[in-house]
Design a protein around this ligand. Structure first.
Ligand SMILES: O=c1ccn([C@@H]2O[C@H](COP(=O)(O)O)[C@@H](O)[C@H]2O)c(=O)[nH]1
Length: 279
């Protein structure tokens, strides 16, 4: 089975370095002329899939916006994931799960086992019960060609108090996460399957990302204030591994599929320019 890292590397080479989020905020549903209910959620998600599923490298549904409608919302999430995969986009399910290892096993089954209705190509995970507690996710991902993106330096201003806290060994919490994920990806080619989330809003990270050898998912662009040009400051020599991610910035262009495509193309052009190596 081809690894997630290899699949993502190919998708980015073919479609460009861009991930678009599906975040059906109540305000966006209203702006699109849709009701804040399961039917509106379904129409919103189908429109994004139809507009972008066959052209962007990755799509990141935000689980929370589906969960808020209960079991029927989860049903829409299941079909959205299926539709995206059928359209050829890699699906990064943004669920930010984390728990003690025995419970993480269940999350691994839910999101990374191909027999699950919520099976995605990759999932986001929270390391604050210890990176080691996520081992079941890493194992199931490795067994089935999946990926895991672990929070390291998140895009929200509140994250720094936890992530930049310094431990007894002198490393920050974030650097510990970076180092443990680097170990998992050691020797992987062309790219490891275990990524980090590093917000495009964080400025110069002051952290060493050079050893990661895995994808660096960068949310925070657009609505949270970061621009593609900021990626250079944040990632420096690690730019080739960056997967920029936009949600509201692109979604605000809807519901016209052509306008969504144009917004994604603008975002991609900005990211290509920012990520161009040697400029
Ligand atoms: O550090 C993080 C981790 C995840 N996110 C998620 O990404 C999107 C951002 O949406 P925008 O509309 O582009 O602001 C959202 O789903 C967040 O939960 C993040 O922003 N920062």
């Amino acid at each position: 089975m081809e690894s997630f890292g290899a699949r993502l590397h190919r998708a980015v080479a073919e479609r460009g370095p861009l991930c678009v989020g599906i975040d059906p905020h109540p305000g966006l549903l209203a702006r699109w002329g849709l009701a804040d209910d399961v039917e509106g959620l379904d129409r919103f998600s189908r429109t994004v899939v139809e507009a972008l599923g066959d052209r962007v490298a990755a799509v990141k549904p935000q689980s929370a916006f589906f969960e808020r409608f209960g079991s029927r919302g989860i049903g829409v999430l299941e079909s959205t994931i299926r539709q995206l995969r059928n359209a050829g986009a890699l699906v990064v399910l943004d669920a930010k799960r984390g728990d003690i290892g025995s419970t993480v096993s269940a999350y691994a089954s839910a999101y990374l086992d191909p027999s699950s209705p919520l099976y995605a190509d990759a999932v986001t995970a929270s390391p604050y019960l210890g990176v080691g507690s996520l081992a079941p996710m890493f194992e199931v991902a490795a067994a089935h060609g999946g990926g895991v993106f672990v929070l390291a330096l998140t895009s929200n201003p509140e994250g720094a108090t936890v992530q930049r806290a310094v431990g007894a060994d002198g490393r920050t919490v974030a650097q510990t996460v970076i180092d443990e994920i680097s170990q998992l990806n050691r020797g992987a080619e062309p790219l490891g399957s275990f990524g980090l989330v590093v917000g495009a809003t964080v400025g110069d990270t002051g952290h060493d990302l050079s050893t990661v050898n895995g994808p660096l998912l960068a949310p925070g662009l657009g609505a949270q204030g970061a621009t593609a040009a900021d990626l250079r400051t944040v990632f420096g020599p690690s730019l080739p591994s960056v997967l920029p991610s936009y949600s509201r910035e692109v979604l605000l262009a809807g519901p016209d599929p052509a306008a969504l495509r144009a917004a994604a193309e603008r975002a991609l052009a900005d990211c290509r320019a920012a990520l161009a190596v040697g400029d």
